[in-house]
Design a protein around this ligand. Structure first.
Ligand SMILES: Nc1nc2c(ncn2[C@@H]2O[C@H](COP(=O)(O)OP(=O)(O)OP(=O)(O)O)[C@@H](O)[C@H]2O)c(=O)[nH]1
Ligand SMILES: [Mg+2]
Length: 182
Protein backbone atom coordinates (compact mmCIF):
# COMPACT_ATOMS: atom_id res chain seq x y z
CA UNK A 1 0.00 0.00 0.00
CA UNK A 2 2.71 2.61 0.83
CA UNK A 3 4.27 1.78 -2.57
CA UNK A 4 0.94 2.51 -4.22
CA UNK A 5 0.65 5.89 -2.45
CA UNK A 6 4.22 6.97 -3.23
CA UNK A 7 3.90 6.10 -6.92
CA UNK A 8 0.47 7.76 -7.01
CA UNK A 9 2.01 10.84 -5.38
CA UNK A 10 4.91 11.04 -7.89
CA UNK A 11 2.45 10.63 -10.79
CA UNK A 12 0.13 13.27 -9.29
CA UNK A 13 2.88 15.80 -8.46
CA UNK A 14 4.42 15.20 -11.90
CA UNK A 15 1.20 16.52 -13.45
CA UNK A 16 1.68 19.86 -11.73
CA UNK A 17 5.42 20.24 -11.28
CA UNK A 18 6.86 18.75 -14.44
CA UNK A 19 10.13 20.22 -15.66
CA UNK A 20 12.05 20.07 -18.92
CA UNK A 21 15.78 20.01 -19.61
CA UNK A 22 17.22 20.21 -23.11
CA UNK A 23 20.55 18.43 -23.53
CA UNK A 24 22.97 18.22 -26.48
CA UNK A 25 25.20 15.12 -26.55
CA UNK A 26 28.39 15.64 -28.54
CA UNK A 27 31.87 14.09 -28.74
CA UNK A 28 34.10 12.21 -31.20
CA UNK A 29 32.72 9.32 -33.24
CA UNK A 30 32.40 5.97 -31.43
CA UNK A 31 32.73 7.56 -27.98
CA UNK A 32 29.34 6.09 -27.02
CA UNK A 33 26.83 8.97 -27.37
CA UNK A 34 24.06 6.91 -28.97
CA UNK A 35 24.76 4.03 -26.56
CA UNK A 36 24.33 6.53 -23.70
CA UNK A 37 21.00 7.78 -25.04
CA UNK A 38 19.83 4.20 -25.66
CA UNK A 39 20.77 3.08 -22.15
CA UNK A 40 19.07 6.01 -20.41
CA UNK A 41 15.98 5.56 -22.59
CA UNK A 42 15.50 1.81 -22.19
CA UNK A 43 17.76 0.83 -19.27
CA UNK A 44 19.20 -1.84 -21.60
CA UNK A 45 22.70 -2.10 -23.04
CA UNK A 46 23.03 -3.30 -26.63
CA UNK A 47 26.14 -3.64 -28.84
CA UNK A 48 23.81 -3.21 -31.77
CA UNK A 49 24.36 0.46 -32.61
CA UNK A 50 25.22 2.13 -35.90
CA UNK A 51 27.18 5.39 -36.41
CA UNK A 52 24.84 8.37 -36.27
CA UNK A 53 24.21 10.36 -39.42
CA UNK A 54 23.57 14.04 -38.56
CA UNK A 55 21.53 13.64 -35.34
CA UNK A 56 18.80 11.77 -33.45
CA UNK A 57 16.29 13.44 -31.17
CA UNK A 58 14.75 11.69 -28.15
CA UNK A 59 12.35 12.73 -25.41
CA UNK A 60 12.99 10.85 -22.19
CA UNK A 61 10.81 11.10 -19.12
CA UNK A 62 12.59 10.61 -15.75
CA UNK A 63 10.32 11.20 -12.76
CA UNK A 64 8.84 14.65 -13.25
CA UNK A 65 11.61 15.78 -15.63
CA UNK A 66 11.40 15.44 -19.39
CA UNK A 67 14.80 15.37 -21.07
CA UNK A 68 14.83 16.61 -24.66
CA UNK A 69 18.03 15.06 -25.99
CA UNK A 70 19.93 15.87 -29.19
CA UNK A 71 22.32 13.01 -29.99
CA UNK A 72 24.64 14.57 -32.56
CA UNK A 73 26.97 12.67 -34.91
CA UNK A 74 30.69 12.71 -34.07
CA UNK A 75 32.43 11.99 -37.38
CA UNK A 76 34.59 14.92 -38.58
CA UNK A 77 32.17 15.94 -41.35
CA UNK A 78 29.39 16.48 -38.76
CA UNK A 79 31.36 18.42 -36.11
CA UNK A 80 30.59 21.83 -37.58
CA UNK A 81 26.93 21.09 -36.68
CA UNK A 82 27.63 20.70 -32.95
CA UNK A 83 27.34 24.39 -32.15
CA UNK A 84 23.90 24.64 -33.77
CA UNK A 85 22.53 21.80 -31.61
CA UNK A 86 24.21 23.11 -28.45
CA UNK A 87 22.79 26.60 -28.90
CA UNK A 88 20.11 27.31 -26.28
CA UNK A 89 20.32 23.96 -24.42
CA UNK A 90 20.39 23.61 -20.63
CA UNK A 91 23.54 21.47 -20.73
CA UNK A 92 26.14 20.03 -23.08
CA UNK A 93 27.14 16.40 -22.45
CA UNK A 94 30.56 15.76 -24.03
CA UNK A 95 31.24 12.02 -24.29
CA UNK A 96 34.81 10.72 -24.45
CA UNK A 97 36.07 7.17 -25.04
CA UNK A 98 38.29 7.04 -21.95
CA UNK A 99 39.85 3.77 -23.16
CA UNK A 100 41.10 5.37 -26.39
CA UNK A 101 43.72 7.65 -24.87
CA UNK A 102 45.27 8.41 -28.28
CA UNK A 103 42.13 10.36 -29.22
CA UNK A 104 42.11 12.57 -26.11
CA UNK A 105 44.11 15.31 -27.87
CA UNK A 106 41.55 15.50 -30.66
CA UNK A 107 38.74 15.43 -28.11
CA UNK A 108 40.34 18.35 -26.23
CA UNK A 109 40.75 20.34 -29.43
CA UNK A 110 37.13 19.82 -30.50
CA UNK A 111 35.77 20.51 -27.00
CA UNK A 112 37.62 23.81 -26.60
CA UNK A 113 36.81 24.88 -30.14
CA UNK A 114 33.11 24.28 -29.42
CA UNK A 115 33.14 26.10 -26.08
CA UNK A 116 34.86 29.11 -27.67
CA UNK A 117 31.65 29.85 -29.60
CA UNK A 118 30.18 33.06 -28.13
CA UNK A 119 26.64 31.60 -28.38
CA UNK A 120 27.58 28.87 -25.87
CA UNK A 121 29.08 30.98 -23.08
CA UNK A 122 27.81 29.85 -19.67
CA UNK A 123 26.13 26.61 -20.82
CA UNK A 124 26.89 23.94 -18.17
CA UNK A 125 29.20 21.13 -19.31
CA UNK A 126 29.08 17.46 -18.33
CA UNK A 127 32.08 15.41 -19.47
CA UNK A 128 31.49 11.65 -19.53
CA UNK A 129 34.59 9.46 -19.60
CA UNK A 130 32.84 6.44 -21.10
CA UNK A 131 33.97 2.78 -21.45
CA UNK A 132 35.51 2.51 -17.99
CA UNK A 133 34.75 -1.22 -18.22
CA UNK A 134 37.87 -1.45 -20.43
CA UNK A 135 41.18 -1.96 -18.65
CA UNK A 136 43.65 0.93 -18.85
CA UNK A 137 40.98 3.60 -19.24
CA UNK A 138 41.73 7.20 -18.29
CA UNK A 139 40.52 8.19 -14.80
CA UNK A 140 38.63 11.41 -14.02
CA UNK A 141 41.93 12.95 -12.93
CA UNK A 142 43.55 11.94 -16.25
CA UNK A 143 40.59 13.40 -18.17
CA UNK A 144 40.65 16.71 -16.30
CA UNK A 145 44.31 17.05 -17.24
CA UNK A 146 44.14 15.71 -20.84
CA UNK A 147 41.06 17.76 -21.74
CA UNK A 148 42.31 20.83 -19.82
CA UNK A 149 39.00 21.11 -17.99
CA UNK A 150 40.51 23.39 -15.31
CA UNK A 151 40.90 26.06 -18.01
CA UNK A 152 37.14 26.24 -18.49
CA UNK A 153 36.01 29.01 -16.16
CA UNK A 154 32.96 30.51 -17.85
CA UNK A 155 30.47 27.74 -16.88
CA UNK A 156 29.84 24.92 -14.39
CA UNK A 157 31.83 21.79 -15.35
CA UNK A 158 31.43 18.22 -14.04
CA UNK A 159 33.31 15.11 -15.11
CA UNK A 160 32.39 11.48 -14.37
CA UNK A 161 33.94 8.18 -15.32
CA UNK A 162 31.22 5.79 -16.49
CA UNK A 163 30.34 2.84 -18.67
CA UNK A 164 27.27 2.39 -20.79
CA UNK A 165 28.06 -1.31 -21.06
CA UNK A 166 28.12 -1.98 -17.31
CA UNK A 167 25.87 1.03 -16.56
CA UNK A 168 28.41 2.24 -14.03
CA UNK A 169 27.74 5.72 -12.55
CA UNK A 170 24.64 6.30 -14.68
CA UNK A 171 22.54 7.12 -11.60
CA UNK A 172 24.78 10.06 -10.70
CA UNK A 173 24.86 11.20 -14.34
CA UNK A 174 21.06 11.12 -14.51
CA UNK A 175 20.83 13.09 -11.27
CA UNK A 176 23.08 15.75 -12.79
CA UNK A 177 21.05 15.91 -16.01
CA UNK A 178 17.61 15.99 -14.41
CA UNK A 179 18.93 18.68 -12.06
CA UNK A 180 19.11 20.99 -15.12
CA UNK A 181 15.31 20.82 -15.41
CA UNK A 182 13.30 24.00 -14.99
N1 LIG B 1 33.19 -1.54 -23.97
C1 LIG B 1 32.32 -0.56 -24.18
N2 LIG B 1 31.91 -0.26 -25.45
C2 LIG B 1 31.02 0.76 -25.59
C3 LIG B 1 30.52 1.50 -24.48
N3 LIG B 1 29.67 2.46 -24.96
C4 LIG B 1 29.66 2.29 -26.30
N4 LIG B 1 30.45 1.29 -26.70
C5 LIG B 1 30.70 0.81 -28.07
O1 LIG B 1 31.34 1.86 -28.81
C6 LIG B 1 30.91 1.83 -30.17
C7 LIG B 1 30.39 3.19 -30.59
O2 LIG B 1 29.20 3.48 -29.88
P1 LIG B 1 28.14 4.57 -30.36
O3 LIG B 1 27.16 4.72 -29.26
O4 LIG B 1 27.63 4.26 -31.71
O5 LIG B 1 29.08 5.87 -30.48
P2 LIG B 1 28.67 7.34 -30.97
O6 LIG B 1 29.45 8.27 -30.10
O7 LIG B 1 27.19 7.49 -30.98
O8 LIG B 1 29.27 7.39 -32.46
P3 LIG B 1 28.80 8.37 -33.67
O9 LIG B 1 27.32 8.26 -33.79
O10 LIG B 1 29.52 7.85 -34.89
O11 LIG B 1 29.25 9.75 -33.34
C8 LIG B 1 29.86 0.72 -30.27
O12 LIG B 1 30.49 -0.45 -30.75
C9 LIG B 1 29.41 0.53 -28.83
O13 LIG B 1 28.93 -0.78 -28.59
C10 LIG B 1 30.96 1.15 -23.15
O14 LIG B 1 30.59 1.72 -22.12
N5 LIG B 1 31.86 0.13 -23.08
MG1 LIG C 1 25.85 7.96 -32.45
Amino acid sequence: MPGFFSSFFSWFSGLFFSKTAEIAVVGLQASGKTSFVNVITSGQWSEDVVPTVAFNFRKIRKGNVTLRVWDVAGQPKFRSMWERYCNGVDAIAFVVDSADTEKLNTARFELHQLLAQPSLVGVPLLVLGNKNDIEGHATVKDLISALQLEKIRDRPVSCYSCSMKSQHNLDIVMQWLTGRGH
